[in-house]
Design a protein around this ligand. Structure first.
Ligand code: BES
Ligand code: MN
Ligand code: ZN
Length: 498
């Protein structure tokens, strides 16, 4: 990983020298007591004059940078706007941390986390640190010539001055665990498939054992033994063997039914015999974004020792054209016993998930099951690139996921699951076919998955639009977003921890 960031916590009264000094103001440009203190009268006057001449109005997500006056122990002053009182009331601390880290870039900075009416808790300050960490992420593993002055990527050092540094530091440890989970997910999504083939992917996941996660890896022979005919069909055109990786984090009560998270891990989706067109095919290295979110979440939960039982299961395959590929018109038998007529080998994700869902629900009897998958282009047509599609058989689980998405600012939108979608995948020759035609493509894909879910609350997140090729944000400048880790971590924290 490029850049990176070091974050420390000190009291509001602490002083240092050099680097940036960051203070915050609302749209009245008033400084807090702590900010006035570090700036002194000279500094405060300079800020007021510079604001006037630069027409800086303290609006949310605006900033003013000026050389520091001699009385202030810093090289540069950065004044960050927080907007109106209303803006400040719905302040997103993670975004603010990202914005601040973006302004500071690769420098060293002291950040005075205080403003008139400041009401941040230790957890808010921790969220600020999370945003700063995520902003500093860059993926330059394969650049042999490193840029050393890249604003977003070189190492930064932030000292956050806050009223209760001890409490903030404790809360920030958990946030750092979550940040590591997101970074892990981003790295996995950004890696090319010649490096991250199924066996290597499984090996990387097995490193979670260092955090106390139990990791079980099933190889092709074991999957054949179990009868995972759907997953195996997808994998059979690839020179690389598939893997099924099951992660278990037992932080909850012994014997308590787990929450199961399931991810699509297609390391590269060429479409297979129904091959995709060449334009943009390189993006299909990110077709394992659902699995990356699951792995990142398990990392986060273990790193912060979440008091919950959570299982992660990811089906890792490569979808390739070959003399041994599965083909349109093939009929395969899934682990559930249900048969599937293959219409299009590019609708491969649902075949992989069908077997993983079935295996997990019958082996672990989870209390709820959530799958994440870059499943359809149709969800991108429907919702765009800033919100994921949610399909579910359970209103309560849907509400919990929606709320966690709002809290983490990884938003989801519930989509319908009506009998017509299920009907669309009936097959002339088998129990079902793997596509339901052009209409409602994301919904017929969800209806397919539903046939592999019995009596358990289940939700499917179609993350094709949000997992990769992401809209740049204050906390993400990476192609692979690591989308879902913060949502799932939040979901567990708010609903499944004792
Ligand atoms: N991995 C793709 C979906 C996708 C598309 C993800 C674009 C991210 C960006 C999936 O396997 C796929 O190819 N789906 C097909 C299904 C169709 C053949 C029924 C699609 O969406 O076109
Ligand atoms: Mn496909
Ligand atoms: Zn795919």
């Amino acid at each position: 990983m490029a850049g990176g960031i070091e974050i420390a916590f000190e009291p509001l009264t602490s002083r240092g020298s050099g680097g940036d000094l960051v203070v915050f103001v609302g749209d009245d440009l008033a400084l807090s007591g702590a900010a006035s203190e570090v700036l002194g009268r000279q500094g405060a006057e300079l800020v007021a004059r510079a604001a006037m001449s630069e027409r800086f109005k303290g609006k949310a997500q605006s900033a003013l940078s000026i050389p520091a006056p001699a009385n202030v122990e810093a090289d540069r002053l950065v004044v960050i706007g927080l907007g109106s009182e209303k803006d400040r009331a719905k302040l997103d601390w993670t975004t603010l941390g990202g914005f601040t880290a973006g302004k500071v870039g690769a420098r060293k900075a002291r950040v005075v986390l205080d403003w008139p009416g400041f009401a941040g808790s230790a957890r808010d300050v921790a969220d600020f640190s999370l945003g700063a960490r995520l902003r500093s992420y860059g993926f330059d593993r394969y650049k042999t010539k490193k840029k050393d002055e890249d604003e977003d990527e070189a190492t930064a050092a932030l000292t956050l001055l806050t009223a209760d540094p001890t409490a903030a530091e404790t809360a920030a440890k958990d946030a750092a665990g979550v940040a590591e989970g997101v970074v892990l997910a981003r790295n996995l999504v950004n890696e090319p498939p010649n490096v991250l083939y199924p066996e290597e992917y499984a090996r990387r996941v097995s490193e979670l054992t260092k955090l106390g996660v139990e990791v079980e890896i099933l190889d092709l022979a074991q999957m054949k033994q179990l009868g995972m005919g759907a997953l195996i069909a997808v994998a059979q055109g690839s020179a690389r063997e598939p893997r099924l990786v099951i992660m278990r984090w037992n932080g909850g009560e012994p014997g308590e039914a787990p929450l199961a998270l399931i991810g699509k891990g297609v390391v590269f989706d060429s479409g297979g015999i129904s091959i995709k067109s060449a334009g943009g095919m390189e993006d299909m290295k990110g077709d394992m974004g659902g699995s990356a979110a699951v792995v990142g979440t398990l990392h986060a939960l273990a790193a912060r020792k979440a008091k919950a039982n959570v299982i992660g299961a990811i089906g890792i395959v490569e979808n390739m054209p070959d003399g041994n590929s599965y083909r349109p018109s093939d009929i395969v038998t899934s682990l559930s016993g249900q048969t599937i007529e293959v219409i299009n080998t590019d609708a491969e994700g649902r075949l992989v998930l069908a077997d993983v869902l079935w295996h997990i629900q019958s082996t672990y009897k989870p209390k709820a099951m959530i799958d994440l998958a870059t499943l359809t282009g149709a969800i991108i047509v429907a919702l765009g690139q800033d919100i994921a599609g949610l399909f579910s058989n359970d209103d309560d689980l849907s509400a919990k996921i929606t709320a966690a998405g709002e809290a983490a600012n990884e938003k989801v939108w519930r989509m319908p699951l009506i009998p017509a979608y299920d009907k669309a995948i009936d097959s002339k020759f088998a129990d079902m076919k793997n596509t339901g035609g052009r209409h409602g493509g994301a919904a017929t894909a969800a209806a397919f998955l539903k046939r592999y879910v019995n009596d358990v609350p289940w939700a499917h997140l179609d993350i094709a639009g949000v997992a990769m090729s992401s809209t740049p944000s204050e906390i993400n400048r990476s192609w692979g977003a690591g989308w879902g880790v913060r949502l799932l971590d939040r979901l567990v924290r708010d609903n499944y921890e004792r």
